[in-house]
Design a protein around this ligand. Structure first.
Ligand code: BGC
Length: 719
């Protein structure tokens, strides 16, 4: 019976394919994707196959008009659709229709701890990509913040694999819901910009699986991401873009990824490795397009029998699959939208939810607009526009509300606002600081907008910071201003931690504003004046000193003789600070509110199927303002056969509560919440025994705890 079914199925498929020759089934949107892929693949000549797996301009792949294969457009990036460049260089194309919404930097999105907001964020980019005619959007960027110095930290999602995964999955779901494909990047272990094209990264399998891969795995398996970008750096001696272990073994093998792997721009380096190790699309190589590694040299190798034909068919299948899944051949059903009021509102909301109140002594904030007669704004960053900087994440923004513009708009005619630069990145002069100090002496409140920018060696692609210090004499400026007027609030514009020791103790209020997007000034003003209650929390530890950070404490950054040894292993970020009991400046997960939250009534309830355990507690807003709290759940193993981090984030929930309101929060844990990667067994081991379940407002502010026993050891293979 079985055999008959099989035979008739094969006959049916053969008939379908026979008919397909005439019917061009691949053009029929009602056909299953795999039928369309096979139907088109077999019509293509070898030359045509090779032609679509590499670029024909900076951001396109060629069309094949004979078959109706359209030209594909790729575009950066992680916080909006980038301005068009090229075609054959990085110069702006000079168009007037390539503006887009500039969303807050991804680190700000991560600081919102809100996966649904990440979906809204991805949706905005997706809609704008459709409008701009882009099929593959190069984001989200999910590399883990291993050092606060990495120039691209502003573009990444922080130091924790669990938080990064949740935000990335939300982002991808939103973006891909618009019928285009996201491209999660940079796979993998691309954690520094110094020597980024050549540095070789070495770490053990456990560190790789527990810290640096989870966000990619979640992007593939939970987010359904269609494209993965290989990184520039090497991993265990082989370029990541052509890395057999990472791409063939883990991504396509273990995780079953069916989409395509694109090189980072000019990351391909060798035809044989590109041919055999899983690279499906080569972009950005600095050679004539016909001489790309996956162009003529590959074609010649295929013809001579050096490379199996199966390799090209696999690459083309993956490219076609992504094209069919994103409806590249089908009549457009949606033309997208750009810079709508809804997009602007999302940009603003992400900033309002991602800005973090780090310190607020004596309720310095919020400012009471009814009581303040005069206000001084100090700092070049109050008037700097940031959208167009940082490298491939740069945006030609429709507009940008600077902090000064936002504050002035909010303050209206109600108070006297003075502005003084205080410092300048290109005309350093002590005179600027002197004038600022004079300006603050007589006013009711002072806001210094300080921090970094997208210049080389600050928050930018292509270089890392040299240390944590604030540039342009800002420490001295802040110290003097705070001394002249103790009612000074510092607003920090930066993608990661800066050294605050010179003025931290004397400064009553500090706000971490990241790069808050084109509505940033409005969002910031809403927080400073209390129209919005801050709810963001740090997605990365802010250390007191650089030497406290793991990679630096061990003298491992930025590598020795071209190799970077990740000797800190899994102890990245708070995992290091907590395990080694080093006091940070501000811990992972920290962020204040204008109201207070009380935690009570922790209950651990074993679940019978699905999740193992449900953790439940009550959160009450005991203050006078409405606000949102991010409840964090960490797991601490009481005993383990291997050294483990003191605790790890395994769940969180963002809950909005009106003043006086109380809600019950429930977070489920599955077996993997207790697991570590067992290198001898090659899988995830959740060892039987006692665990502490810690629930709190930050990694260092645990409010509730209880013990739980995992009755039996559970092993899960990596897949
Ligand atoms: C960056 C990628 C980016 C690509 C295209 C590279 O230099 O590393 O993130 O997508 O350029 O602009």
């Amino acid at each position: 019976m079985r055999v008959i079914q099989w035979v008739s199925a094969i006959v049916a498929i053969t008939t379908t394919f026979a008919a397909a020759d005439d019917l061009k089934l691949y053009l029929d949107p009602t056909q299953p994707v795999e039928v369309r892929v096979e139907n088109l693949l077999k019509r293509m000549t070898l030359e045509e196959k090779v032609s679509i797996i590499h670029a024909d301009s900076k951001f396109t792949t060629p069309a094949i008009p004979r078959l109706g294969i359209p030209r594909r457009w790729l575009s950066d990036g992680p916080n909006g659709v980038r301005e068009d460049v090229g075609p054959d260089n990085w110069k702006p194309a000079g168009r007037t229709d390539d503006f887009s919404t500039w969303l807050p930097a991804p680190i700000c999105l991560a600081a919102s701890w809100d996966p649904d907001l990440a979906t809204a964020y991805g949706t905005v980019i997706g809609q704008e990509a459709v409008k701009r005619g882009k099929e593959i959007m190069l984001g989200p960027s999910v590399n883990i913040q291993r050092t606060p110095l990495c120039g691209r930290n502003f573009e990444y999602l922080g130091e924790d694999p669990f938080l990064t995964s949740r935000i990335a999955v939300g982002f991808i779901r939103g973006e891909q819901s618009q019928g285009i494909s996201s491209c999660v990047k940079h796979f993998a272990a691309n954690n520094q910009e110094t020597d980024r094209f050549s540095v070789n990264v070495e770490m053990d399998d456990r560190t790789l699986r527990e810290i640096y891969l989870p966000a990619f795995k979640a992007a593939v398996q939970q987010g359904g991401v269609l494209v993965v970008m290989g990184a520039y750096n090497k991993f265990r001696g082989q370029h990541c873009t052509e890395n057999d272990f990472l791409i063939n073994h883990i991504l396509k093998g273990n995780w079953g990824f069916q989409g395509l792997v694109v090189s980072d721009w000019a990351a391909a380096a060798d035809t044989t490795e590109a041919a055999l190790n899983g690279l499906d699309l080569e972009m950005g190589t600095d050679k004539p397009y016909d001489n790309y590694y996956l162009a003529k040299p590959y074609l010649d190798g295929l013809k001579s029998g050096k490379y199996p034909m199966a390799t090209i068919d696999d690459k083309v299948r993956r490219n076609l699959r992504v094209m069919f899944l994103t409806h590249a051949f089908d009549p457009p059903t949606d033309t997208g939208s750009i810079n709508t009021p809804a997009h602007q509102a999302t940009a603003r909301r992400v900033a309002e939810e991602g800005i973090v109140l780090l310190k607020n002594d004596h309720d310095t904030l919020p400012l009471d607009a009814g009581k303040i007669g005069s206000l001084a704004i100090i700092g070049e960053n109050a008037v700097t526009e940031f959208a167009h900087g940082g490298g491939s994440a740069a945006i030609k923004s429709f507009y940008e509300i600077t902090p000064l513009a936002g504050i002035v708009r909010r303050a209206g005619g109600k108070m006297n606002v003075v502005f003084s630069m205080g410092y300048s990145h290109d005309h350093p002069s002590p005179d600027l600081a002197d004038r600022a100090v004079k300006a603050v002496a007589q006013v009711d409140a002072v806001i210094i907008v300080a921090g970094l920018n997208h210049s080389k060696y600050l928050d930018t692609e292509g270089s890392d910071r040299k240390d944590l210090s604030l540039p342009y004499g800002q420490d001295e400026l802040i110290r003097r201003v705070v001394k002249a007027n103790p009612k000074t609030i510092v607003v920090m514009i930066s993608g990661a931690a800066v050294d605050m020791n010179a003025w931290l103790d004397q400064t009553p209020a500090i706000v971490q504003a990241w790069y808050p997007g084109m509505e940033g000034g409005n969002a910031l003003a809403a927080i400073l004046f209390g129209d919005v209650n801050p709810s963001g929390k740090l997605p990365a530890t802010f250390p007191k000193r650089l030497a406290d950070s793991p990679a630096h404490a061990l003298g491992n950054f930025p590598g020795i003789f071209g190799t970077e040894h990740y000797q800190e292993g899994v102890l990245v970020g708070y995992r290091w600070f907590d395990t080694k009991q080093i006091e940070p400046l501000f811990p992972f997960g920290h962020g204040l509110s204008y109201t207070q939250f009380a935690y009570s009534n922790l209950k651990l309830a074993p679940a019978t199927n699905g999740p193992l355990l449900t953790v439940q507690c009550d959160i009450a807003n005991t203050g006078r303002r409405d606000g949102a709290e991010i409840v964090q759940l960490y797991v601490h193993p009481e005993k383990s056969s291997v050294a483990r981090p003191d605790k790890e984030l395994k769940g969180f929930a963002k809950v909005f509560l009106k003043s006086g309101q109380k809600k019950t929060v429930a977070i489920s844990l599955r077996a993997d919440a207790f697991a570590f990667y067992d290198m001898t067994k090659g899988g995830w081991l959740s060892e039987a025994g006692d665990y502490s379940i810690l629930v709190g407002a930050s990694s260092r502010d645990i409010r509730l705890r209880d013990k739980w026993t995992l009755p039996q050891t559970i092993f899960a293979e990596e897949k």
